[in-house]
Design a protein around this ligand. Structure first.
Ligand code: HEM
Length: 234
């Protein structure tokens, strides 16, 4: 008779935990100490690999959000949008952890990076491709319902679903702007603000790309409301 501790799932691994999560393969994705040029490579690889996983999850959820918005299904869209934003928060946490990498130690790691650059991050590329699709789907839904952003923001109780989704989309945009700022400060403290990156990009260029916004109208509507409220001195 097999006990509850015996594995029943197929695949490699001594237990069902290891088989389901594929921990053998996962934990073999980082260099062994013998392969490392610098011991902080494990920190560097862990942070980047886990960030790619969180971005994969964020984009998986966002893809479904787009489908829900196309179908006019606001509740599931809002639920998954919240989860996608929470996944970005994990990337932010991981990025902050690299502040523990001392500048000189980074140069030991950097010898191993070749021309590797965050520009080629699959997660960030997908974020860049998917976000405009969500923007288009949201605009189409608002138009289909005969509304404007002003209607949604002035009468948010009447348009609760659209208002909530718009606010969660704003969270997404804001998280990404904040991540770029956090990343730039990390880069400045590790390699400096006036040097060239692994793919030949001056760090100053990152500074010029801080304020990329995918849902600009959601930011602009605030100006409209403030003007309309008449509370802002001219
Ligand atoms: C020691 C820490 C880090 C340094 C020194 C660093 C450095 C750089 C530099 C110099 C660039 C400009 C492109 C180039 O020439 O490489 C860049 C871009 C980028 N890095 Fe990092 N990075 C660090 C950590 C991270 C982390 C932890 C992530 C992700 C979690 C990340 C993701 C990115 C992304 C997505 C870009 C492209 C940004 C954009 O398109 O605006 N980097 N990084």
């Amino acid at each position: 008779m097999s006990g509850l501790n015996d594995p029943i799932l197929p695949g490699p691994g001594a237990t069902d935990y290891e088989r389901y999560l594929r921990t053998d393969e996962l934990l073999a994705l980082q260099k062994t100490p013998a392969q490392m040029a610098h011991r902080d490579e494990l920190l560097f690889q862990t942070i980047h690999q886990s960030s790619e996983l969180w971005m994969k999850l964020a984009c998986f959820e966002l893809e479904t959000v787009v489908a829900h918005v196309h179908a006019g299904q606001l509740s599931p869209a809002i639920r998954l949008m919240r989860r996608a934003v929470a996944a970005l928060d994990q990337v932010q946490g991981a990025t902050m952890m690299l502040e523990q990498l001392a500048p000189w130690d980074y140069h030991g790691v950097r010898t191993q990076l070749g021309h590797g650059s965050g520009f080629d991050s699959p997660g960030f590329r997908q974020i860049h491709d998917l976000s405009p699709r969500l923007s288009l789907a949201f605009d189409a839904l608002v138009a289909e319902r005969g509304l404007t952003l002003r209607d949604i923001y002035r009468f948010s109780d009447e348009h609760g679903g659209l208002f909530e989704l718009a606010e969660r989309m704003l969270d997404w945009d804001q998280r990404l702007v904040m991540w770029r700022t956090l990343h730039l400060k990390l880069v400045e403290r590790v390699i400096g603000g006036h040097v060239i990156g692994t793919q030949g990009t001056p760090v100053e260029v990152l500074g010029r790309r801080l304020d990329v916004r995918y849902f600009q109208p959601l930011w602009d509507i605030r100006n409209v409301l403030t003007t309309e409220a008449g509370t802002s001195p001219r």
